[in-house]
Design a protein around this ligand. Sequence first.
Ligand code: NAD
Length: 251
Amino acid sequence: MTGRLTGKIALITGATGGIGSATAELFAREGADLIVTDLAEDALRELAARLAATGAEVFTARLDVSSAESWHEVIERTRQRFGRLDVLVNVAGIVDWPGVEGTTQESWDRVIAVNQTGTWLGMKAAMPLLRASGRASIINTSSVLGLVGSGAAAAYQASKGAVRLLSKTAAVEYATQGIRVNSVHPGVIATPMIQDILDEEGDQQPDIVRTPMRRAGHPGEIAAAMLFLAGDESSFVTGTELVVDGGLTAH
Ligand code: NAD
């Protein structure tokens, strides 16, 4: 099937990262026009050049998801260019691995600001344009670490758990306004975020050993889940958590 997002306008945060760029590439191939956003403008330009071959209209914008002002600017540019938004994919995220006592206040505040506050700020800023769509979809990126405890990554786990419930309450709030809200929960995915760990530990990485499929996922496997939630084939799906983890949390 192709053209599953034809006619849709989608904004993606963290779009130059592993999962974000795979999602942008798949959405463009499926016919969406895109606002691709991230911190680094060079990387955004490279991404836009790669997407050009798909024929999609692609517009790049520097966006720090933890800044309300930054969101306001990008949403205003989106309004001027497109007048509405059909899909918001909140992918941007950072990780810090220490547990409760090892986490510094500075790191806690930053992780919460990007992963948790950034997701809320994005939904808040984009709601008027999403409402104008009539059949909009918000996809928030949580994690398996938003579902179960690992004994580490205290700030990250707190933020990803919050993203899960923020998505559910927004799903209820906006269910009759033509805006669906769901969360995606990746397991171990081979992206720059964890590449050092995968390079060092390979298939012996403890979470991969615990994954029934015994491998890391590819960013494209998360993008495929994003595509399902973005398109109209998921029109009765809201408030759900789509786990894409090779079975990691099944046992
Ligand atoms: P990545 O590091 O490749 O991409 C993250 C992107 O977010 C980067 O491009 C980075 O520049 C951007 N970013 C960071 N801070 C930002 C900010 N303040 N404003 C805007 N953009 C910012 O990592 P990834 O693996 O592609 O992660 C994407 C999402 O998936 C994250 O939310 C992450 O927590 C989640 N996730 C990843 C895994 C995994 O194993 N890779 C597992 C579960 C969840």
